[in-house]
Every structure is written in C-alpha cells, then in structure tokens.
Design a protein around this ligand. Structure first.
Ligand SMILES: [Zn+2]
Ligand SMILES: [Zn+2]
Length: 188
C-alpha cells in the first residue's frame, strides 16, 4: 500500500503521532486515542462521508517491533449520504479495524520502499490509512432500505408515497403523430 498519490488532507496532520520513544525498542507500546473533526466533504467524492466537523475517533495501540511500529486498533465514525434510488438521507455507522506496520525506512529494501508504509521522522501518519479505511467501509450505492422503490422515471415523484403512481405512456403530441403515421399509405 502506498499513500504517495493520495492528496494531503487536514487529517494527515491531525492524525500524526510521534513514536520516537518506541522506535527501536521492540516490546514497548503506547496507547493513543484521538477524536478529530472530519474535513470538508470532497466534491464528487464518496457517496457516504463523515459530515464536516463531525467526529472521527481513532483508538490504537502503537507497538514497537523489530521492523518498526505496528499500529492496531479501531476507527469509529458516522457517515451520511443519500439513498442512491430516492435521495432520502442515509446514515451508516463505521467501526473498522486498523492494522498497519509502519516500517523503519532503513529496514526496507530499496525495491520494496514503494509498497511499504514507512515511519516518517519516527512518526506514524494515520490520516491516509483512516481515509482509505472509511472509503473502503462506505457503501458505494447506499439505500434507505433494501427494496427502496426509488423515484418515478417520468416525473421524479417518490414511488413509496404513491405506489399506484403511473403515467399514460402516450401523451397528446405522440397520439397526434401516431394518427399522422396511420394515415400514410403503406409502402410495400
Ligand atoms: Zn430510498
Ligand atoms: Zn410520475
């Protein structure tokens, strides 16, 4: 996993934890928990996102191992979005596992650097991981309920409010055209 191509976000600085006291001291560990405000909604982003300013709670153990710092714990957040069929509000609670080994750069072979998650100045940067995790957990096509009937394709009315709702397929203009064609002599 690489985070090079991920644009920076306010989360990156908020969820950066110094581990200088642990690096190189395998067997030592420290608990870290932080609740940070969600950044502004990304335009054209995911269907389900944490509303701006709402809590993203990160609760992890930083564990020193020979290769670096192993980070494991949970990310808890509340996502909001719209039903992909009827546009009603949809909510989703996320309680996801975070598991990552931040490698000491010197311990990673040059050809493996690109795929490794590295300690940066002896700190773990959880922002990109948390964003990836929330993106992975987020419903791609949220539904207010499994069998949401959605909106009428003709007029946009909510089918749930009016299940019998329908339109006559042929409107006046079309009927007039139809008559016109009917009058034309058949070619054969
Ligand atoms: Zn719906
Ligand atoms: Zn309609």
């Amino acid at each position: 996993m690489t985070s090079d191509s991920v644009p920076t976000s306010p989360l990156d600085s908020l969820l950066r934890f110094d581990a200088v006291d642990l690096v190189g001291r395998a067997g030592t560990h420290r608990h870290v928990s932080a609740t940070v405000p969600a950044p502004a909604r990304e335009a054209g982003g995911l269907a389900m996102q944490v509303p701006e300013g709402e809590d993203i709670a990160v609760d992890v153990e930083l564990e020193a191992v020979v290769e670096g710092i192993y980070v494991h714990g949970t990310v808890v957040a509340h996502l909001e979005g719209e039903c992909s069929r009827c546009l009603d509000p949809v909510e989703q609670d996320v309680d996801a596992r975070l598991d990552e080994l931040f490698m000491i750069p010197e311990k990673v072979k040059a050809e493996e650097q690109e795929d490794a998650v590295l300690l940066v100045e002896d700190a773990v940067t959880l922002g990109p991981l948390v964003r990836d995790l929330l993106a992975m957990e987020a419903e791609e096509r949220p539904l207010c309920r499994e069998d949401c009937p959605g909106l009428c394709a003709q007029c946009g009315a909510r089918m749930e409010d009016d299940p019998e709702h329908h339109h006559d397929v042929i409107d006046d203009r079309f009927a007039a055209l139809k008559g016109l064609f009917d009058d034309e002599p058949k070619e054969s």
